[in-house]
Design a binder for this molecule. Structure first.
Ligand SMILES: [Zn+2]
Length: 461
C-alpha cells in the first residue's frame, strides 16, 4: 500500500467523476448495473425468484432504466414477513451467513427488531455513499467531528465512522445521552462539527445554556450535520438551530434497508443531493396510485429505490414511505444529481378534513414563534391515524417569559397561524415550559390519548 500524497488543491467532490456526470450518462450506467443486478437477484434471492415469477416478469425484457416500471414494488411489510418466515435475514437474503460480515438490528414500528445484513462489498458501498454526503456537507481532513448518534443507530454508526476516517477527519465518537462528554470534547479537543438528530442538537443547546451557563454560539461549532428525522430541512427548525448555535445546518438522510446515508446537502443547501450513484437508483411515485411521477422541480411524491449493487439483501423498487419534494434544475455546486427535501414519513402523516398534515409542518410553524413558545409540541389524537377528527389538538409549550394573562392571546395567534399555513383547524393547548417529553434521539410528536370526551373543551370548527 502506498501513502497517497495530499492533493495540492482540495477537491470539491468526494467522487467527482460520478457526482458531475450528466443525467443521461448516469441513467445509461444505472441501466447496465440494473441488468447485472437483476441477474444476480434472480439467481440468488428466493424472495425475488418468487416475486418476479408471480409478476410474470421476463428478465431478458429488462434492458435499462426505462424498463424498471415493469418490475413489482417491494413493501416493508413483505420484508417483515420474509424475516419472520425465514430468520434471521429473511427469504430476501441472497448470500449465505458465511459471506455476511455484519448484521444490524433496528426496532421496527411493530416493536419486533428487523435485521439488515451486509457483505464486505456492501459495507464498503455504504461507507462510500456516506463519505460523498459528508464531504458535500463540508467534512474535511481538518474537521474535528463529534458523532452524537448511537453507533448502531439507523444502521448508520459504522458507515459514518468509516466515512469520517476515510475523509481523514478527526472522529470523536460520543454516542447518545452523553451531553457532558460532548461538552468536554468541544472544550478540550476542539470539536468544530457535530452530527446528530435535530431533536438532540436543540436539547443539547438547552443543556449548554442551563447547566453550563454558556451561549452555544460561543462554542465555535461551524457545521451541524443533522439526520435521522426531518428537521434539518424544515425551515423553522433549521433557522432556530442555526441561530442558537451560530453554525450552518446541513441535512442528510438515508434508509436502513437501502443505505444509512445517501442524501446530503451541498453548501448551496437547496435540498439534499442524491449520492447513491452506482449503488442505488431512485424513482418518484404517487403514493396513492403508485404511478410513476417524472422527476422535475417541485414534484412531490414517495421515494422508491432499487439497489444496483448489493449482495446480501438486495431490494427492487423498495417503497421508502418517505414523502419528498424533488428538484432537478442545475445546482451551483456542479453536482448533477437531483435534490430533495423530506416532507415526512407516510406512516406519520395525519389527515384532517381531507388535508394531509405532517408533524414536521406543525413543528415548522411552532418553531417560528420562539421565544413565545419553546418550540416543543405534542399532537394528541384519539385513535391511531391517519384520519383525525377536527380540530387537531396540539399541546405547545409556551416560553418562560410569557405571563399568565398573555396565554389566551398567544393560543389564538398560534391557532390562526397553524390554520393559515396547514389549512386545518387546530386547538392549541398551552402548557408550561419543560412539561412535554424531550427526546435525546428522535422526537415523537404524535401521541394517541384517551377518547375525545375526556379532554376536549370547546371545539373550534
Ligand atoms: Zn449542490
Amino acid at each position: 500500500m502506498t501513502i497517497r500524497d495530499r492533493a495540492p488543491v482540495e477537491p470539491t467532490y468526494w467522487a467527482g467523476d460520478l457526482e458531475t456526470l450528466s443525467a443521461d450518462e448516469l441513467d445509461a450506467r444505472a441501466g447496465r448495473s440494473l441488468v447485472r443486478q437483476l441477474g444476480y437477484v434472480a439467481g440468488h434471492s428466493p424472495f425475488y425468484q418468487r416475486k418476479l415469477a408471480a409478476a410474470g416478469v421476463e428478465l431478458r425484457a429488462i434492458r435499462g432504466i426505462e424498463d424498471l416500471r415493469y418490475l413489482p414494488f417491494t413493501e416493508k411489510e413483505e420484508l417483515r414477513v420474509s424475516q419472520e418466515e425465514h430468520p434471521p435475514l429473511g427469504w430476501h437474503a441472497a448470500v449465505p451467513m458465511g459471506q455476511t460480515v455484519r448484521i444490524h438490528a433496528s426496532s421496527g414500528t411493530t416493536g419486533k427488531p428487523s435485521f439488515v445484513g451486509l457483505t464486505a462489498r456492501d459495507s464498503a458501498g455504504w461507507s462510500e455513499m456516506t463519505a460523498r454526503c459528508l464531504y458535500a456537507c463540508g467534512v474535511r481532513p481538518e474537521t474535528i467531528i463529534a458523532y452524537a448518534f448511537n453507533i448502531g443507530f439507523f444502521c448508520g454508526g459504522l458507515a459514518n465512522t468509516d466515512a469520517i476516517e476515510a475523509i481523514g477527519s478527526t472522529l470523536v465518537p460520543i454516542g447518545t445521552g452523553a451531553s457532558d462528554r460532548l461538552m468536554a470534547a468541544i472544550r478540550t479537543i476542539g470539536v468544530n462539527q457535530i452530527t446528530c438528530t435535530p431533536s438532540y442538537i436543540l436539547y443539547f443547546a438547552g443543556v449548554v445554556r442551563d447547566k453550563y451557563g454558556i451561549d452555544p454560539a460561543q462554542l465555535g461549532i461551524t457545521h451541524l450535520i443533522l439526520g435521522g428525522e426531518p428537521g434539518g430541512g424544515v425551515p423553522g427548525v433549521r433557522e432556530a438551530i442555526q441561530q442558537e448555535w451560530g453554525a450552518t445546518v446541513f441535512d442528510s438522510m438515508g434508509n436502513a434497508d437501502l443505505a444509512p446515508v445517501f442524501l446530503g446537502e451541498c453548501p448551496e443547501r437547496t435540498g439534499m443531493h442524491f449520492m447513491g450513484q452506482g449503488f442505488l437508483y431512485a424513482e418518484l411515485i404517487d403514493p396513492e396510485t403508485a404511478t410513476s411521477l417524472s422527476m422535475a422541480d417541485g414534484v412531490e411524491g414517495e421515494l422508491v429505490v432499487t439497489h444496483l449493487d448489493r449482495e446480501c439483501v438486495p431490494l427492487v423498487r423498495f417503497r421508502t414511505r418517505d414523502r419528498v419534494v424533488v428538484w432537478t434544475s442545475p445546482c451551483a455546486c456542479g453536482r448533477t444529481s437531483f435534490r430533495l427535501r423530506c416532507v415526512g414519513r407516510t406512516d406519520d402523516m395525519l389527515i384532517v378534513l381531507g388535508v394531509n398534515v405532517f408533524p414536521s409542518a406543525v413543528k415548522d410553524v411552532v418553531m417560528t414563534h420562539r421565544p413565545r413558545t419553546t418550540g416543543e409540541l405534542l399532537i394528541q389524537i384519539d385513535q391511531p391515524g391517519p384520519r383525525v377528527d377536527p380540530p387537531l389538538h396540539v399541546q405547545i409549550e409556551h416560553g418562560p417569559d410569557v405571563r399568565p394573562e398573555e396565554l389566551p392571546a398567544l393560543a389564538d395567534r398560534l391557532n390562526a397561524d397553524l390554520r393559515a399555513k396547514l389549512i386545518v383547524p387546530t386547538q392549541v393547548e398551552l402548557v408550561p415550559p419543560g412539561t412535554l417529553p424531550r427526546s435525546e434521539m428522535k422526537s415523537q410528536p404524535v401521541r394517541v390519548v384517551a377518547p375525545a370526551g375526556q379532554r376536549r373543551q370547546g371545539p373550534e370548527r
